[in-house]
Design a protein around this ligand. Structure first.
Ligand SMILES: [Zn+2]
Length: 93
């Protein structure tokens, strides 16, 4: 009966935000969660930057998918786009 702690619907943490990022970008998050994730991105520059990267990644995949039917060329188009974003594709420095 002492649990009057309000449900914190305004904030999600970075881990949850990252977990749901792809769903968010896919528009598969429920409207409620989408609002919360959006709110988090507005205040968290780390997640905001990550979201921007993922969004461009998905856009690149989409564009390549539409432009190319051949899987090999699709993959190279995506890799190209990612490399333009500074992605190296490996953990080695
Ligand atoms: Zn965050």
């Amino acid at each position: 009966m002492m649990r009057d702690h309000a449900m914190d619907t305004d904030h999600i943490d970075c881990a949850s935000a990252m977990e749901r990022l792809f769903e968010f970008l896919d528009g598969e998050l429920g409207p409620e969660l989408e609002v919360r994730l959006r709110a988090h991105l507005e205040v968290c520059s780390h997640c905001f930057g990550q979201a921007g990267f993922e969004r461009r990644f998905l856009a690149a995949v989409q564009a390549a998918r539409e432009a190319e039917r051949c899987p090999d060329r699709l993959r190279s188009r995506v890799l190209e786009a990612l490399q333009r974003e500074g992605w190296t594709g490996s953990d080695t420095p």
